[in-house]
Design a protein around this ligand. Structure first.
Ligand code: SAM
Length: 228
């Protein structure tokens, strides 16, 4: 028996009018807030772990309880999977042993992505699975494509996969990549058909909600984030 989840309600009918402006601003004024010490420390531990892995990297950004990170590590035994989430509570839940090629890290993505780009990381895959939708129109700048860290996320490169139960979120993300001068990916309906990668995916699908996805092959391009 699983909780029934209601679909996202928003005062937005479609993509936000201010999206092109937000992306242009992020491209010219990257996020420069100082990096928190706890994320610097967490990144240093992740860097040491990854250096010892000697295999390509998969990032699971906003991994929640880390079930997706475990599953991705099983599906890609030749890769190193790092799941990142800021919630200590979610990361601490016991979902069994981690595969050797997976690591869960408590960190703020806004800082972690910047450190990863500065370190020269080039993930082969980057998953954004059911990010918080922040559905009020006034919350655009909290969505990843409306945030000033968006160019950093794109600059890391790799095959980026975004999934959401809110179509507008995925459509906006696609529009924002086009605003950043990259090819706009197609947004498609997605049916996991019983093979759920995350608890939120399971909850939404079992509540009968449609799910949406985009996949995007990004070049590694630190030049997207202008220097000081
Ligand atoms: C809706 S949940 C989805 C979790 C998981 N991907 C899933 O599908 O089950 C969004 C997750 O993103 C995390 N998150 C949101 N903003 C974050 C940030 N700035 N840094 C790290 N994690 C963040 C939250 O803690 C939460 O676990």
């Amino acid at each position: 028996m699983h909780a029934i989840s209601r679909s996202v309600t928003s005062n937005q009918r479609g993509p936000h009018d201010a999206l092109p402006r937000r992306v242009a601003r992020a491209l010219s004024h990257p996020w420069r807030k100082p990096i928190a010490d706890h994320t610097r420390d967490a990144f240093a531990r992740a860097r040491d772990w990854f250096a010892a892995q000697d295999r390509p990297l998969i990032l699971d950004a906003g991994c929640g309880v880390g079930l997706s990170s475990r599953e991705l590590a099983r599906r890609h035994p030749g890769h190193a999977v790092i799941g990142i989430d800021r919630s200590a509570d979610r990361l601490a839940r016991d979902h069994g042993e981690l595969p050797d090629n997976a690591l869960l890290v408590r960190a703020d993505l806004v800082d972690f992505w910047r450190l990863a780009l500065a370190e020269g990381w080039r993930p082969s895959h980057h998953y954004l699975l059911y990010p918080n939708p922040y559905p009020k129109a006034s919350q655009l700048k909290l969505r990843w494509h409306g945030h000033s860290v968006f160019p950093t996320l794109l600059a890391l490169g790799g095959r980026l996969e975004l999934r959401s139960n809110w179509r507008v979120y995925v459509e906006e993300f696609a529009l924002a990549t086009a605003e950043a001068g990259l090819a706009a990916p197609a947004v498609g309906a997605f049916a996991p058909a019983g093979s759920y990668l995350t608890p939120f995916e399971r909850k939404y699908a079992e509540s009968g909600q449609p799910l949406w996805r985009l996949c995007l092959d990004l070049p590694h391009d630190p030049g997207l984030v202008p220097g000081p």
